[in-house]
Design a binder for this molecule. Structure first.
Ligand code: ADP
Length: 291
């Protein structure tokens, strides 16, 4: 709802701006670790063997907090979200992996320690430990609450793996985007305003901040060198549907993470009517995220 987009420091991992997210409990990752039957560490997502770069990335990460003399393992993970399509598979996948390691290696870490570990694998995963959470510039993670009952659905534009990973895209924007400092300054203001709106149960404000924050984040990709965009014509069509419905009095707002898919934020009490109205205008797949 207020994006994490840019690392201020890599060690420890710290964000440029405080950020805030809502966990989507229908969209999960389930991860199981077993002893490897080969002499290699192995990593599967949805039964698909991951390439060497992926295995290396994951093993480098878990080597930071698992025993040095560990046996070779086989990690089997199942994502209910499309992987690497801008629906935060990295956050849910990393959190699930950390929890699986904690169990398999009997690490007995506390939630606070697991949060710290998780962050080193995927910054945003530290927020996934809570339904509503923020990650601050000093690295701390705060659990938040709001009495509004949020709903979210995804207007699926493309479920394929994005061409540029979030990590690479973020890095390029930090290094080259001409409006990156503007993004950071505005995101800091958005964060304060969002916390205030959550406290006051002000859904209209929450929605407005969510949309403008997403659009500003995406504008940093356009001003990067080389410039790029995660958004496609169909992403804009989906955003226009949300705007049109809002003009017709429906309470709904859009947001996009690092990918083309458009998420619609609404109040659960409006879910049925919104689904009906959106289905009339969007003839591609819709994923319900919180039921
Ligand atoms: P997304 O928008 O889906 O978060 P990213 O480019 O940020 O896409 O991250 C995708 C990466 O997250 C994958 O290449 C993989 O390294 C990691 N990832 C995704 N799912 C899992 C999983 N279930 N377990 C471990 N890592 C995962």
């Amino acid at each position: 709802m207020v994006k994490y987009w840019g690392k201020k420091s890599k060690n420890p991992v710290l964000p440029f701006n405080p950020n805030l997210s809502l966990r989507l409990d229908n969209l999960t990752s389930k991860t199981k670790i077993e002893k490897s039957l080969s002499n290699e560490d192995e990593f599967y997502i949805n039964n698909e063997k991951q390439n060497n770069d992926e295995v290396k990335k994951i093993i480098n990460f878990i080597s930071k907090f698992t025993p040095n003399n560990r046996e070779k393992i086989c990690i089997k993970s199942y994502n209910t979200v499309p992987t690497a399509a801008g629906l935060s598979s990295s956050s849910s996948g990393t959190m699930a992996l950390v929890l699986a390691c904690n169990k398999y290696f009997n690490l007995n870490k506390t939630t606070k320690e697991l949060i710290e570990i998780s962050k080193e694998g995927s910054g945003s995963s530290c927020r996934s430990f809570y339904k509503l959470a923020s990650w601050l510039e000093d690295g701390s993670v705060e659990e938040l609450s709001c009495s509004l009952d949020f709903g979210m659905m995804v207007l699926v534009v493309n479920e394929d793996r994005k061409k540029i990973s979030s990590r690479e895209a973020m890095e390029r924007c930090v290094q080259t985007s001409t409006n990156f400092s503007n993004w950071v300054n505005q995101a800091k203001k958005d964060f304060i305003a969002m916390k205030d709106a959550l406290k006051n149960n002000n859904f209209e404000k929450i929605g407005e901040i969510t949309e403008r924050n997403a659009l500003l984040m995406h504008s940093t990709t356009e001003t990067a060198t080389p410039g790029f965009s995660f958004l496609t014509d169909e992403s804009y069509q989906a955003m226009n549907i949300v705007k049109k419905l809002r003009n017709n009095g429906y309470r709904c707002y859009f947001t996009m993470d690092a990918g083309p898919n458009v998420k619609v934020l609404y109040l659960k009490e409006d879910q049925e009517i919104l689904y009906k109205e959106i289905s009339k205008l969007w003839n591609k797949k819709i994923i319900m995220c919180m039921e």
